[in-house]
Design a protein around this ligand. Structure first.
Ligand SMILES: [Zn+2]
Length: 448
């Protein structure tokens, strides 16, 4: 049975609500590229799926980068002349410049302003800003909040630490028949931001949970990592494993109401690129395919020239293109249960293609075989082929041992699932034979 058929046994509304609930559970945590926030997040994901956690010490060289110091924060505020907090980390973790060094003191507004960040064009939103690789401190607040500050002295406190420690990431490995792997990667380093961060995390966690225990063609590796430095660290420590990745997806910004976007791998014509394009074409929602570019999320690292892996990126609204991006408006209302569930469904659809995309041989290639006597043609007196018969005729015609099911779906315009179902039916009726799996698919030894 296809993965999608299995997924469809559960009401999508229930899946969507469960995804949203999990995002709500993760939302309040103050994450960063290192520290307690990402550890706590990975622990909650680890309650759902088996995770292997890695801790990489500060100072470790990873290609051209160095694992940074570990950042932790307990509290931060700006107090007004009356001693009341006018900016309070306890109200929103976005209020502190992420990775701020510790700071304490009293200063006039004119001096404080150099450390304040706002978004004048959206005066009620708090921006999300970071300073990972340059030591700095600062506060983020709504523009209206800043305008309300009187000309006076303010007490500032950032009770953080930036010290030698570790960079933390997690992997979930699901063993399939082949040692060849499918990579699913998402960043887990943003604080209270829902679409950019939590939508990818929750869908990836549910996807791993859904695949767990199933009979799979490929092995699957899920990475929950800090953006950029996490992917670089993982690649630097896993060069051999990276060589086994045949297909991959970066998941991000997949919970909002926007149309789907799939950004192709650097290769541009990889099987994952074609599978994603085909599934999106028939998913019932508007979708757009984007060419590769060397900016965005961790596909940049997987598609760096030394690796050049077949890894694309699935999004709804594209990062940086929606006003809520990297602001407090990217909250739990901005992501929706229905969209999260539909994104999970698209991911499962893409994996279905990868799992089943094989080549077949028509066993009666001389002339068109007589489908009617096998009850595989339309009933007498009915006109038109319908999708099922159309799919059967295409599969029979193109199954010459050369064309894969995805080739046939692309050429015929028939959804992949219908092509796959037709191939299965024709096999059961002795009309097709499967061409042995690609030599590239290395098989794992039998389980003990
Ligand atoms: Zn981001």
């Amino acid at each position: 049975m296809s993965l999608l058929t299995e997924l469809n046994r559960t009401d999508p509304a229930r899946i969507g609500q469960a995804l949203h609930r999990f995002a709500s559970q993760l939302f309040p945590i103050c994450r960063s590229i290192t520290g307690a926030g990402i550890r706590q997040t990975l622990a909650l994901i680890g309650d759902r799926i088996p995770l292997q956690i890695s801790e990489v010490p500060t100072g470790t060289s990873v290609f051209d980068w160095t694992v940074p110091k570990e950042w932790n924060i307990r509290d931060a505020y700006i107090k007004g002349p009356d001693g009341k907090r006018v900016v309070d980390f306890q109200q929103s973790n976005l209020h502190v410049l992420n990775y701020s060094i510790p700071a304490r003191g009293t200063m006039p507004l004119s001096e404080l302003k150099a450390h304040l960040f706002t978004i004048p064009e959206n005066p009620d939103w708090i921006p999300y800003r970071t300073s990972y690789y340059k030591e700095a401190w600062g506060f983020c607040l709504s523009h209206n909040q800043m305008l309300a500050l009187e000309d006076s002295d303010y007490e500032v406190c950032i009770d953080s630490s930036l010290e030698d420690g570790h960079l933390t990431y997690a992997e979930c490995y699901l063993r399939g028949h082949s040692t060849d792997e499918v990579l699913i990667s998402c960043h887990a380093c943003h604080p209270s931001l829902a679409n950019d961060n939590l939508s990818g995390l929750t869908v990836a966690a549910f996807l791993a949970q859904f695949l767990g225990g199933r009979d799979l063609r490929y092995s699957y590796r899920f990475l929950f990592i800090p953006g950029t430095i996490g992917a670089i660290t993982w690649l630097a420590r896993n060069r051999e494993t990276a060589g086994r990745i045949r297909h991959g997806l970066v998941l991000t910004c997949i919970g909002d109401n926007g149309r789907f976007h799939y950004k192709k791998s650097r290769r541009g014509n990889a099987e994952i690129d074609r599978a994603a394009a085909n599934v999106l074409r028939h998913c019932g929602e508007p979708a757009e395919i984007l060419e590769f570019s060397p900016f965005g999320y961790d596909e940049r690292q997987y598609c760096s020239p030394g690796f050049n892996l077949s890894v694309g990126c699935l999004m709804r609204s594209v990062w940086g293109s929606f006003p809520e991006y990297h602001t407090s408006a990217d909250d739990l209302d901005f992501i929706r249960p229905r969209q999260l569930a539909a994104s999970l469904r698209v991911c499962v659809g893409v994996l279905d293609v990868l799992e089943d995309n094989r080549r077949y041989r028509n066993l009666s290639p001389y002339g068109e075989p007589q489908l009617g006597r096998r009850n595989l043609y339309r009933s007498p007196g009915r006109d038109g082929n319908g999708i099922e018969i159309t799919a059967r005729l295409w599969v029979l015609n193109l199954s010459d041992g050369e064309h894969s099911l995805l080739d046939i779906a692309e050429r015929s315009g028939v959804p992949y699932a219908a092509i796959r179902d037709a191939a299965q039916l024709l096999c059961e009726n002795g009309m097709l034979a499967i061409v042995p799996d690609d030599a590239a698919l290395k098989t794992l030894p039998e389980r003990p």
